[in-house]
Design a protein around this ligand. Structure first.
Ligand code: HOZ
Length: 422
C-alpha cells in the first residue's frame, strides 16, 4: 500500500508525522478500530495511544457517537445552512468553558488559530504575534516559526513557501521562561496583538506549564493591551472538561478548540469574550468563512462526545488509568537502567529519554532520539501503537482498561530491556 500511496500522495501520507520517517519506520495502514485497539490491513492488533492525535477520548467506535453520526447522516450530509445541532454544540462549549461567551465553528485546529489571530490583530490594530518555541498551532504561514509537531519531528527550521514578510511579525520565545517574556514585552508589548500558547504543550512531547507561567501571560497581556489566546485544540475537554484554563485557573480572551469537540470528525472552533467575537463577520467586519463549517455529522459526533464527558467520574477514571500508565513506565525504565523524564497532565502523557528536567523545547531536544526510535519500533513490534515522534504526546482514552495498561507496561519493560541489551 505504501508503494502505491507514495506515487499518488506526497510521502504516501496526508499529514507528515504519520509517515514515521523520523523513527526510521514505515507507516501502519489501518483497517479498523474499536475501543482502545486498532487493526492494521494485515490483521495485526495494536493498543492505540494516538487516538487520532487526541479526539478519541471515549475510545474508537463508541456507541453513543456512532449512533449520533448515523442519525444525522440519515437526515442529510451537509446543507451549508444553519442547523439546530450547531447551537447545541456551541451551548455545550460555552457551558463547559468559562471564558467562552460566543463560539464560531471551523473545520480544523489550523483554521481556529489562524482565525483567532486575525481577530486579535483586528481588535488591537497591531500586527505582531508572540508564540513559544516548540508549540504548534497548525500550519498557517505566520505560525510556522520554531514550531513543534511535524516541523520539530522533521527538524524543519521554517518552511519554504512562507514569505519572510509574513513571519517578520512573529516572535517565538522559550516556553516557561517568564523572564525572557517580561523583557520582550517591555520592549515590544505595545506592538503585540496577542500571545498564543498551548497552555499544556503537547507538540514537543508533553511539557506542562511551570507554576506562574500562564498567570504571567495573563498579567502581561493586560499590562500591554494584548489578547491572550489559549490553543486548547489538544487540551480542550481533554485535561478537564473546562480545558487547561480550568485546571490552572487562568482566563484567556480567546480559546481555540478542535479534536474532541468533533468526536473524530473534522472540526475546529474559536471562541471567547463576546465583545471580541462580535467583531467576526457577519456581526462585525473580521472576515472568516467555510462551506463545511458546522456540518451536521461533525456537530452530532461532537455533541454525543461532550455529553459522555459530562458523566460523573469520567475524568477521575481517565486520570487513574493515566497515572497507572505513567507509574508503570517510570518503574520499567528504572528497572532497565534508562533515564527518562516522564510527565502527565490529565490523560496526556510524555516520556523523554533524558534525565531532564524538560521545561521547554531546548530541554525536549536533549532527549536521545535514537533511543526513542528504537523504543518506538520495539513497542510497535509488541503491538503498542505510539506516536512515531518524540515531539508528540500520548493519549489515554476511557477504553484503556487495566488489561490494556498492564499489557502496555509489560511491553515497555521488554522493549526497554531490548534497547539497552545492544
Ligand atoms: N499535527 C498532528 C499532531 N500533533 C497530526 C499529525 C498527523 O496526523 O500526522
Amino acid at each position: 500500500m505504501l508503494a502505491k500511496a507514495v506515487g499518488l500522495i506526497p510521502g504516501g501520507v496526508n499529514s507528515p508525522v504519520r509517515a514515521c520517517r523520523s523513527v526510521g519506520a514505515e507507516p501502519v495502514f489501518i483497517a479498523r478500530a474499536q475501543g482502545c485497539h486498532l487493526w492494521d490491513v494485515d490483521g495485526v492488533r495494536y493498543i492505540d495511544y494516538i487516538g487520532s492525535w487526541g479526539p478519541m477520548i471515549l475510545g474508537h467506535g463508541h456507541r453513543a457517537v456512532t449512533d449520533a453520526i448515523r442519525t444525522a447522516l440519515e437526515k442529510g450530509i451537509s446543507f451549508g445552512a444553519p442547523t439546530e445541532l450547531e447551537i447545541e454544540l456551541a451551548e455545550l462549549i460555552v457551558e463547559a468553558v468559562d471564558s467562552v461567551e460566543m463560539v464560531r465553528m471551523v473545520n480544523s485546529g489550523t483554521e481556529a488559530t489562524m482565525s483567532a489571530i486575525r481577530l486579535a490583530r483586528a481588535a488591537t490594530g497591531r500586527d505582531m504575534i508572540i508564540k513559544f518555541d516548540g508549540c504548534y498551532h497548525g500550519h498557517a504561514d505566520s505560525l510556522l516559526v520554531d514550531a513543534g509537531s511535524g516541523v520539530a519531528t522533521l527538524a524543519i527550521p521554517g518552511s519554504p513557501g512562507v514569505p519572510e514578510d509574513f513571519v517578520k511579525h512573529t516572535l517565538s520565545l522559550p516556553y516557561n521562561d517568564v523572564e525572557t517574556l517580561e523583557t520582550t514585552m517591555r520592549r515590544h508589548g505595545g506592538k503585540a496583538a496577542c500571545i498564543i500558547v498551548e497552555p499544556v504543550a503537547g507538540n514537543m512531547g508533553l511539557v506542562p506549564p511551570r507554576q506562574g507561567f500562564l498567570n504571567s501571560l495573563r498579567s502581561l497581556c493586560d499590562r500591554y493591551g494584548a489578547i491572550l489566546i489559549f490553543d486548547e485544540v489538544m487540551t480542550g475537554f481533554r485535561v478537564a472538561r473546562g480545558g487547561a484554563q480550568a485546571v490552572y485557573g487562568v482566563v484567556p480572551d480567546l480559546s481555540c478548540f478542535g479534536k474532541i469537540i468533533g468526536g473524530g470528525l473534522p472540526v475546529g472552533a474559536y471562541g471567547g469574550r463576546r465583545d471580541l467575537m462580535e467583531q467576526v463577520a457577519p456581526r462585525g467586519p473580521v472576515y472568516q468563512a467555510g462551506t463545511l463549517s458546522g456540518n451536521p455529522l461533525a456537530m452530532a459526533a461532537g455533541i454525543a462526545t461532550l455529553k459522555e464527558l459530562s458523566r460523573p467520574g469520567f475524568y477521575e477514571g481517565l486520570e487513574k488509568q493515566s497515572q497507572k500508565l505513567l507509574d508503570g513506565l517510570q518503574t520499567v525504565a528504572e528497572k532497565a537502567g534508562i533515564q527518562v523524564w516522564a510527565d502527565r497532565v490529565g490523560s496526556m502523557l510524555g516520556m523523554y529519554f533524558t534525565a531532564g528536567p524538560v521545561y521547554d523545547f531546548s530541554d525536549a531536544k536533549k532527549s536521545d532520539l535514537d533511543m526513542f526510535a528504537r523504543y518506538y519500533k520495539a513497542m510497535r513490534q509488541k503491538g503498542i501503537y505510539l506516536a512515531p515522534s518524540q515531539f508528540e504526546a500520548l493519549f489515554v482514552s476511557a477504553a484503556h482498561d487495566d488489561d490494556a495498561i498492564d499489557k502496555t507496561i509489560e511491553a515497555a519493560g521488554r522493549a526497554m530491556a531490548e534497547i539497552t541489551a545492544r
